[in-house]
Design a protein around this ligand. Sequence first.
Ligand code: 5GP
Ligand code: ZN
Length: 122
Amino acid sequence: MNCIFCKIINNEIPSYKVYEDDLLLVFLDINPKSNGHMLVVPKKHYVDILDIDTAILNHIHKVTIEMYKLLKDKLNIDGLTLVQNNGLGQDIKHYHIHLIPVYKDSKLLSIEEIYNKLKQSN
Ligand code: 5GP
Ligand code: ZN
């Protein structure tokens, strides 16, 4: 299947991976709306909210909360916006949730700088 996110999951395309387990991959968005913008993506190819097995949504939610804690801890974010596009407006037809950090003020850093901050151990 010619799906960019399946290729990222199968390591055919590189990505800045933030979290991985048997069911999900979380990686940094290549075109971030703010510092730390990341995508939570099920490893199985579901197209959108109409297609996804609802049994996985609780796990997606749990991991999203963990990522929020990581972003607060490592990047000191002031808020988090969740976006999940379906149909028109959804560019990649593989279900995903955007985690878009909100800051009182910040300048956009490079993805590599953000990745290093997220992976830094305290
Ligand atoms: P959508 O409109 O489908 O909700 O958003 C797709 C998102 O995937 C966009 O924010 C876009 O920047 C991101 N994206 C597209 N291609 C790649 C890629 O190859 N790598 C990464 N890390 N993100 C991608
Ligand atoms: Zn896919």
